[in-house]
Design a protein around this ligand. Structure first.
Ligand SMILES: [Zn+2]
Length: 191
């Protein structure tokens, strides 16, 4: 049971790795974005998660109620070319305003939002920048460990060693004298 749960989790994590790698690759040409637009109250708030030009970017944008935001209330998924659109220019500008350390950036910038039809409004934007390699490594860590342990166990059993601790079991038939685990017999030697 535990093994099945672990195997399922490993496969899910590997799929997540694949998705991150695909987004990363795609980001060079195509920007993918998930937006959440909230317009109630005195300010409109847009929260966007972008995969853009080798970065994952979280942007939280705030501005006075603008008519054009009404059209996007709630969740939205957008996909557009990574160059030559308003968002790309906007992100380029925000990247310049960010402070960077070890590839991670945090930025705050006031700017004029003229992205919609209607009068431009004064907006502010918080951004958080992460290179995809970080989430990729984080997601890959557990599956890599699991696969390493799985291969090590198979090798130990094949060489007549305890799958659990690696102790030489050629003189033991029942239990490992080192860790007490039952002896696992390699498939080809089983009777
Ligand atoms: Zn052992």
């Amino acid at each position: 049971m535990r093994r099945t749960v672990r195997a399922t989790l490993t496969i899910l994590l590997l799929l997540a790795c694949l998705a991150v790698a695909c987004l990363w690759w795609r980001g060079r040409e195509t920007t993918d974005c998930v937006d959440y637009t909230h317009t109630a109250g005195r300010r409109d708030t847009m929260t966007s998660l972008y995969s853009w030009h080798g970065s994952f970017v979280l942007e939280i944008r705030r501005e006075p109620p603008a008519r054009w935001n009404q059209r996007y209330v709630g969740w939205a998924w957008r996909s557009f070319p990574s160059a030559h659109v308003w968002t790309a220019e906007h992100l380029k500008d925000l990247r310049r305003h960010a402070s960077w350390a070890v590839g991670i950036g945090v930025g705050y910038a006031p700017f004029v939002d003229d992205s919609g039809s209607g009068a431009a409004v004064a907006a502010t934007s918080w951004t958080f920048w992460v290179p995809p390699i970080y989430p990729l490594m984080l997601l890959a860590l557990s599956p890599a460990l699991w696969i390493y342990r799985f291969i090590r166990q198979r090798r130990r059993v094949a060489f007549g060693r305890c799958a659990h601790c690696g102790y030489d079991l050629r003189a033991s038939a029942d239990r490992c004298p080192e860790c007490g685990q039952p002896v696992t017999v390699p498939a080809q030697h089983a009777t």
